[in-house]
Design a protein around this ligand. Structure first.
Ligand code: NAP
Length: 415
């Protein structure tokens, strides 16, 4: 079935049945260890997730892990230059749910971002990032507990789609010629050029997923974040198509902020989700000044990149922020930070981002008891001040421990 991937003899596949997932008690879940600090944080994560499942379900449930490869390790297994093997791109949709550590992206030149490649090839159009405070985590703000949002970042379009031409090449010359002569623009001839596509399809896919999420979890608001005052036909259209989707597909369930004031004196009717929008720069102020007015934020790719990191910083930093890339069913859970190459192999960094991505994965499987147990145990470990360097340097009287020791302590604290 695969060139190099060993499919375990035990375990069963997760399957898609109509509009639901069928989760066996022993799902086979592919994992990518990742580059740089990836192997360290993956080892801690696997240990914690296995311990939580064993603790909550005894022998009745068990994840059967299957290693797949990308980045540096793929080159070791498949040969030099092979950083994203076909096996990997086939295994993820085949097994539906997967998890990964960070992967290196060479800056300027080399290969394109492997993360972006995976998102595009597997049509993982939603990057979902829950941001909430875990008790005990040091934070730069007075009330970190007030921020509890889930960010839905469109994952396949925008300037992130990688459609760009390098300054000085024949290709950019042709693009500039077209734009300056046929389209009447006046762009400097020594420019590089990138394209920002935003489609009705991409926008409505992410908006639908976000409103469904708010519906399923009974959250009161969904906010479109955009820079539509400046980029009218891309980001402005994103906002308009978002509202349109809410009206078309969720008319009974949603009310726009404008209607709220016109018809309901500013108070949302029972059970309705308020759909609103905010300009991107204002959104950054809002999450700091009025964080509790936001539950779900939906936004194009680049805004989503920025706001996710800013929001994560507010509740204790990137080392603590989980994420997932999702299509309609296929979900790839991942740490949101990078490979932190200067710490590679030192058993030093904080594995919480990947562990909490594992928590999201457990929730996606419907294994809520195990997911909650991990969050509780992590919170306890942090309140005991038994933490990695990044948290220790923000806490008084903390004991700095290695990645593996932090993971082991979380596993011991599982209740
Ligand atoms: P980075 O790897 O996220 O690291 C930047 C800094 O963030 C680190 O030096 C460290 O700060 C802190 N940090 C990151 N992860 C941490 C952890 N688990 N625990 C504690 N601190 C952590 O960002 P980068 O240096 O810009 O990127 C390095 C490589 O990763 C690049 O090749 C980039 O393309 C790639 N990347 C991959 C992904 C992905 O796979 N999803 C995402 C982002 C970046 P201190 O030095 O202050 O301790």
């Amino acid at each position: 079935m695969f060139e190099k991937v060993q499919v375990p003899t035990a375990g069963q596949k997760i399957t898609i049945d109509g509009d639901r997932l069928r989760i066996p008690d022993d799902p086979v879940i592919p994992f990518i260890e990742g580059d740089g600090i990836g192997p360290d944080i993956w080892a801690a994560t696997q240990h914690v997730l296995d311990a939580a499942v064993a603790k909550k379900y005894g022998g009745d449930r068990k994840i059967v892990w299957m290693e797949i490869f990308a980045g540096d390790k793929a080159q070791q297994v498949y040969g030099e230059g092979v950083v994203m093997p076909e096996d990997t791109l086939r295994a993820i949709p085949e097994f539906v749910v997967a998890i990964k550590g960070p992967l290196t992206t060479p800056v300027a030149g080399g290969y394109r971002s492997l993360n972006v490649t995976m998102r595009q090839k597997l049509d993982l159009y939603a990057c979902v990032r829950p941001v909430r405070w875990i008790r005990g985590v040091p934070s730069p703000v007075k009330h970190p507990e007030k921020l509890n949002v889930v960010i839905f970042r469109e994952n396949t379009e925008d300037v992130y789609a990688g459609i760009e031409w390098e300054q000085g090449t024949a290709e950019v010359g042709r693009v500039l010629e077209f734009l300056n002569t046929e389209m009447g623009r006046n762009i400097r001839l020594d420019s590089g050029v990138g394209v920002k596509p935003i489609s009705v399809t991409g926008t409505k896919n992410i908006a639908r997923k976000a409103i469904r999420y708010a519906r399923d979890r009974e959250l009161p608001t969904v906010t479109f974040m955009h820079k539509g005052n400046i980029m009218k036909f891309t980001e402005g259209a994103f906002r308009d198509w978002g509202y349109e989707l809410a009206r078309e597909e969720f008319a009974d369930l949603t009310v726009s902020e404008a209607e709220l004031w016109d018809k309901y004196e500013g108070r949302a009717p029972e059970g309705k989700i308020v759909v609103k929008d905010r300009i991107a720069d204002s959104m950054f102020q809002q999450i700091l000044l009025r964080p509790d007015e936001y539950n779900v934020i939906v936004t194009p790719n680049l805004n989503g990149d920025y706001i996710s990191d800013a929001a994560a910083a507010q509740v204790g930093g990137l080392g603590m922020a989980p994420g997932a890339n999702m299509g309609d069913f296929v979900a790839l859970f991942e740490a949101t930070h990078g490979t932190a190459p200067k710490y590679a192999g030192q058993d030093k960094v904080n594995p919480s981002s990947l562990i909490l991505s594992g928590v999201m994965m457990l929730e996606y499987l419907g294994w809520q008891e195990a997911a909650d147990a991990v969050v509780e145990a992590m919170s306890k470990t942090i309140q005991e001040k038994h933490v990695t360097y990044d948290l220790a340097r923000q806490m008084e009287g903390a004991t700095t421990v290695k990645t593996s020791a932090y993971g082991a302590r979380i596993a011991e604290n599982l209740a």
